[in-house]
Design a protein around this ligand. Sequence first.
Ligand code: DX5
Ligand code: ZN
Length: 221
Amino acid sequence: MSDVLISPSILSADFAALGQAVADVDAAGADMIHIDVMDGHYVPNITIGPDVVKALRPHSAKPFDVHLMIAPADPFLDAFIDAGADFLSIHPDAGPHPHRSLQAIRSRGAKPGLVLNPGTPANVVAPMIDLVDMILVMSVNPGFGGQSFIESQLSKIECLRKMIDQTGRNIVLEVDGGVNPQTAQRCISAGATALVAGSAVFKGAGTLSDNIQALRGPCAR
Ligand code: DX5
Ligand code: ZN
């Protein structure tokens, strides 16, 4: 049985009806709502800001899993927390002081996360692992939905699983990018406890509920 958390990325939803998309994936069984924030600077795409997160907040009571792909992130942390972010994740290379950023997120009562790009090694997390509630492994280069899963990230997930187990803390190990029913099972086997999926949920073959359930795997509850 898999208890993996599914966090649909609304990057693949209809941007003209985002509130409805959030409500729909909530009703379809999502455990969290993944919100991709891009600035056209840290990544080559622009998406949404804190006002949109705030507008979406009433559409679901599930945790908002906000993934910041912005540099610098520090000037906007408070705005995203005030807007309703539960998990707030930063890329450690998006500013000079990721340790301080994580402290700031925690001090405001949100759950800090660190995001590792495909080219970023697992051990970047080591000096900050006590400060995080989530580690997010990018299995594509960030910026766009619909890309192919990068296989080399599976060994990084295994490595991070061991690092997390050594802490004895309940840190969410999430994977983002190219997650579909096939790659999902490999991520879970490698030790992931949460999966982000945009295309596979919003553009999959079945209903939203079918698509979410397919990611949990054939033996899921
Ligand atoms: C990419 C984003 C992902 C993206 C995943 O930069 O962080 O969350 O939406 O999309 P899929 O599931 O289509 O790969
Ligand atoms: Zn993301």
